[in-house]
Design a binder for this molecule. Structure first.
Ligand code: SF4
Ligand code: MG
Length: 280
């Protein structure tokens, strides 16, 4: 059996969850493929993995796979994931969110999950817009772009998901694109294996809500845009600010070892137990 067929049989659900809801050509399908290839490489059993999502097109991803899955409320995926990880630190918890889900509605949860350095992986699909809910602008919609809630133009300034994650204290921060699919497999694997809060920003495209409205063309044109504007971190280090204008870096931005919340929490609980035992 071909490798891809084996992976499909092993990891996708076959109980009427297909066809999926994504528009033809959406980057979410590429991410789904990269995710199951990366998990397969880690060697974890399906029951070791918990996939958690909130609401949105990317949030549908856990619905299609045969792991432990939680499809939760808008912006709150990291809070559910925190509970799962604290209840059973042995589990490999992976959270899939979109830019609106993670950065607007769940923005505060994101900052504090990174600051606490929970030992889990957050994958944020950044397609610069709220796709599923109808093309509203999000915190990553570029200044001047058009959206259903910015019909003249967006007058808010976008921020960088990856740079926010670095500043908030995540252990590993990386950025990839759905165009660079092989690299995406590797980045997801590295993020899952990392001990600490790992963040992977995945630059994707929403050609139906963002691309057409902003004259970026269809899915293929937007994939070409990713190819032409992504610069590997090693190369970006040698380029000037002018040369990097309008471009973005891909690869691992930060990889550092910091105390992990779940381990610190376990130590506190043990100390409290000892103290209570001594009092008795
Ligand atoms: Fe993908 Fe956009 Fe369609 Fe959602 S609305 S499935 S993000 S192309
Ligand atoms: Mg989005």
């Amino acid at each position: 059996m071909a490798e891809v067929t084996k992976l499909i049989h092993k990891y996708l659900r076959h109980d009427k969850k297909f066809p999926h809801v994504w528009c033809p050509g959406c980057g979410n399908g590429i991410l789904l493929g990269a995710l199951i290839r990366a998990i397969d490489r880690t060697g974890f059993e399906k029951d070791d993995i918990v996939l958690v999502s909130g609401i949105g097109c990317a949030g549908r991803l856990p619905v299609y796979v045969d792991f432990n899955t939680l499809h939760t409320t808008h912006g709150r995926a990291l809070t559910f994931a925190t509970g799962v990880k604290l209840a059973n630190p042995r589990l490999q918890v992976i959270v899939i969110m979109g830019d609106g889900d993670a950065m607007a509605i769940g923005g505060n949860h994101f900052i504090h999950a990174a600051r606490r350095n929970l030992n889990l992986t957050a994958i944020i699909v950044n397609n610069n817009i709220y796709g599923m809910t109808g093309g509203q602008y999000s915190p990553t919609t570029p200044y001047g772009a058009l959206a259903t809630t910015a019909v003249y133009r967006n007058i808010e300034h976008a921020f960088s998901i990856a740079e926010l994650a670095v500043t908030a204290g995540a252990s590993l921060v990386a950025r990839g694109t759905v165009y660079h699919a092989t690299m995406l497999d590797r980045l997801i694997e590295q993020a899952i294996r990392k001990r600490g809060f790992s963040v992977l920003e995945v630059i994707s495209h929403c050609h139906t809500q963002f691309g057409r409205r902003n004259k970026m063309g269809g899915a293929v044109d937007m994939l070409r845009w990713q190819k032409e504007n992504a610069v590997r971190v090693e190369k970006a280090a040698e380029m000037s600010e002018e040369e990097m204008a309008g471009k973005f870096t891909i690869g691992v931005l930060v990889d550092r070892d910091l105390p992990i919340y779940t381990e610190e929490y376990r130590k506190i609980r043990e100390a409290a137990r000892r103290r209570l035992g001594a009092v008795k």
